[in-house]
Design a protein around this ligand. Structure first.
Ligand SMILES: *Cc1c(COP(=O)(O)O)cnc(C)c1O
Length: 468
């Protein structure tokens, strides 16, 4: 298996050559040169496999240059009951006949990002050990990504994490989750500015190529291909958990921001998983909903701040991977669209054969606003005695609108409600339950450094922490 760029300008590379990277050199996204296909016999063999066994079946088809024994041991040490709360790793909860919640948020930071990030931490460590190399991860977070990355990379040899976060802007729970980490390879930097400024500081450092090279700066953002691959696994796990034969089709409702999670579902379907529909659920930032309904892709200049904040994204980076497939995996077609986007601020597929092809790919969409989110949280509690988080509620709302007779609907749970107490209180009038071990998280001693939004200071800080 080789990897190429959606924009056609990258010589083919192996999995471990793209593992540590972000964008391809030509500015495109890295994609496999084909999707491995699973036969009905393969699917039958995978039925009944444990989570780590399934993960190996799926990931080994993409990570073909990692020796099988090495990959197996990396996967086995990642997907354990100790880290994810149960041997199921991603347990399925039945709400009623043909309606399920796929529990993806039982990892250390209580959001689905742990599923991929925990694997990434172990893959990075493996790759760096092999070359006796070091990597300094620089990132900015508004909450979930930073903590998932820190928990995945803490204590890892050869890796340091420098994570910028907006001081005072995260929930007390999220703040404590990150700042309470005492591992010496984790540096939390509280910036006295909003998230956008943190992001700009990261960009400024990344654009200083000499600095980036000298201090071996890398990222763990959601376009990382290994993350998407790791997420494809739980679509298979859920399918086998509730079907008896490969004749049965299922649909998935996916709370979406950067389009990474639903892109993983798309990959599972391309590999041969019998998926009826993949429902892209958005919040008030509904650029993707508009695209799937009208064929017009028009990212907006402003991102709205909502009560499902991890989906507050107007330019979904992984979307480019799907458009590449939709337009026939032809870099020329693809580049034409991206040029139109740059020139006009949008592209419109409604008058092209590609728009009709969306049905073939099974991607549809839905959206939820704050009032609908609150209503969904209430009805989940009333009808099923289940408390979900606001992002999961957006997915459920969109999923319920697309239910089809005889086709199970699986709603992906992207975080636990404990992370978003204020919205749960607003909807239900009480605090969500906290999982064991997180009860007193806000009273732990904190370890972080403060900084104004000043790129020069950030560079000085980083260089002081890295031995020459
Ligand atoms: C990151 C995140 C999302 C969005 O996932 P994408 O892969 O970016 O589409 C949704 N919900 C929660 C809770 C998240 O942390």
């Amino acid at each position: 298996m080789k990897y190429i760029s959606t924009r056609g300008g990258m010589p083919p590379k192996y999995f471990t050559e793209i593992l540590l990277g972000g964008l391809a050199d030509d500015g495109g996204l890295v994609v496999p040169d084909h999707y491995p296909k699973l036969s009905p016999a393969d699917l039958n063999r995978m039925r009944g496999m444990s989570y780590p066994e399934l993960a190996f079946e799926v990931i080994s088809r993409f990570a073909t240059d990692i020796p099988a024994a090495d990959l197996k041991s990396i996967i086995n040490k990642t997907y354990t009951a100790e880290i994810f709360g149960s041997a199921e790793i991603t347990p399925l909860k039945t709400l009623e006949k043909d309606l399920y919640i796929l529990g993806l948020s039982n990892g250390p930071t209580l959001a689905f990002k742990d599923v991929a990030m925990q694997l990434l931490g172990n893959l990075f460590e493996y790759a760096l050990n092999k070359d006796h190399a070091e990597l300094n991860i620089l990132g900015a977070t508004s909450g979930d990504t930073g903590s998932a990355a820190e928990y995945a990379m803490k204590g890892k040899r050869g890796i340091r994490v420098f994570m910028l976060s907006p001081q005072g802007k995260m929930s007390p729970f999220q703040t404590a989750q990150m700042y309470a980490l005492q591992d010496p390879n984790i540096y939390n930097i509280a910036v006295s500015a909003p998230f956008d400024d943190c992001q700009d500081m990261v960009k400024a450092v990344s654009n200083d190529h000499a600095f980036k090279e000298k201090y071996r700066i890398g990222t763990v953002n959601s376009i990382n291909w290994a993350r998407v691959t790791a997420q494809a696994v739980y679509y298979f796990k859920a399918y086998f958990a509730l079907t008896q034969s490969n004749e049965q089709r299922v649909s998935f409702a996916v709370p979406s921001g950067n389009f990474g999670n639903v892109c993983a579902g798309h990959i599972a379907k391309q590999m041969g998983l019998p998926v009826a529909e993949l429902i892209v659920a958005t919040n008030e930032n509904d650029v993707l909903d508009e695209f799937f309904k009208t064929g017009v892709y028009r990212p907006r200049p402003q991102t709205m701040h909502t009560s499902s904040p991890s989906m507050d994204i107007t330019k979904a980076s992984n979307f480019e991977r799907f458009i590449y497939d939709l337009t026939g995996r032809n870099p020329q077609n693809h580049n034409d669209l991206w040029q139109q986007l740059e020139k006009n601020g949008y592209f419109d597929l409604s008058q092209t054969p590609y728009f009709a092809r969306l049905a073939q790919f099974g991607l549809v969409s839905g959206k939820s606003c704050h009032a609908e989110r609150i209503a969904t949280l209430r009805s989940m509690q009333q009808q099923y005695a289940v408390v979900v988080d606001p992002h999961t509620a957006d997915g459920i709302k969109a999923g319920l609108e697309r239910r089809m007779a005889g086709i199970p609907m699986i709603c992906l749970e992207t975080a636990l409600p404990a992370k978003f107490e204020a919205t749960i209180r607003e909807a239900l009038g009480h605090d969500p339950l906290r999982p064991a071990g997180y009860e007193h998280i806000e009273s732990l001693p904190l370890r972080f450094d403060s900084m104004p939004p000043d790129v020069a200071q950030l560079k000085t800080y980083i260089s002081a922490k890295i031995p020459e």
